[in-house]
Design a protein around this ligand. Sequence first.
Ligand SMILES: Cc1ncc(C[n+]2csc(CCOP(=O)(O)OP(=O)(O)O)c2C)c(N)n1
Ligand code: SF4
Ligand SMILES: [Mg+2]
Length: 306
Amino acid sequence: MSETTFKHMRDLPSTHLLGTGTPMCAGCGGLQAIHQVYDVLGKNTVFVNAAGCMTLLSVYPFTPFRGSWLYTAMASAPAGAQGIRDALDILIEQKKIDKSEDLQVVVLTGDGSAYGMGLSATSSAMDRNLDFIYICYDNEGYGNTGQQYSDATPHGARTSTSTGPGGHPGYKKDLFSIWTAHKPAYVATVIGAEPLDLARKIEKARDIKGPRMIISLSPCPTGWDFDPSLTAEVGKLAVRSGIWPLKEYENGKVTHTKKPGKKRPPVEEYLKLQGRYRHLFEPERDEQLLAEIQARVDVYWAEVEG
Ligand SMILES: Cc1ncc(C[n+]2csc(CCOP(=O)(O)OP(=O)(O)O)c2C)c(N)n1
Ligand code: SF4
Ligand SMILES: [Mg+2]
């Protein structure tokens, strides 16, 4: 693992950052997806953001969006969304704003919140049938604080808190299934490297009422240790190798929207682009762990394809 992997963003050389004062890393896969989401949703959007990398987009009183931005504690974004939704409904009921001025309430959190700290508040929001969109940009760790492991960290990946010879000993939580078990209006997985699939799903979510839940796998050059120019390639390989299935849930049914097919490249093509998996290949190949990771993907697709 290179020494640059777990530096905090603010410690990175300025060549690693986007210009104009935005303290985001170049090649950020989360930012790539959020750009595309915003292109679809537009200015009539209130983002409710839990602490994480994307919080750095907004520096009070400015945001890079034309809509509004509310910052919350890590566990509380769905509660913040409830408050905003209620306020909008009251303003419409009291005819203080017209229905045409209504806003889309969009929670934006990392995986640390979505898979862990904020899961209870999210579960309750789905239970209450809150009319909101929840977008989790999943960089598989606590990126903003130096890529500690989260409940989204995959088995075998190294993080700043999973430094043993086999990397992270746990397994990535199946948040898609946890969310669908609540039977919300819509659940989907997306990735910025597949913009058409992403745009279609966000358009669909935009036009539905109720809880609409989106997980975007977000290749993270800083935390995953790859060159920022490879973000799209890492993202495409995540889908082609089958490790990140693109799917959606609606009316009780799960549909895969882009099946990789029988000619899936081996998952190691995806893994070997990333320094967080370097210990699987150097100083010698860890055949057992590589086979285990591949087998989990194979079992998943065997079940899908029947
Ligand atoms: C309750 C709480 N614990 C810890 C923190 C410090 N903190 C700020 S951002 C962050 C990482 C969040 O991880 P994630 O949700 O995955 O977002 P990312 O940083 O990866 O974008 C942490 C731990 C916090 N803000 N609140
Ligand atoms: S640490 Fe990762 S997710 Fe956070 S801004 Fe940098 S590239 Fe994006
Ligand atoms: Mg994260």
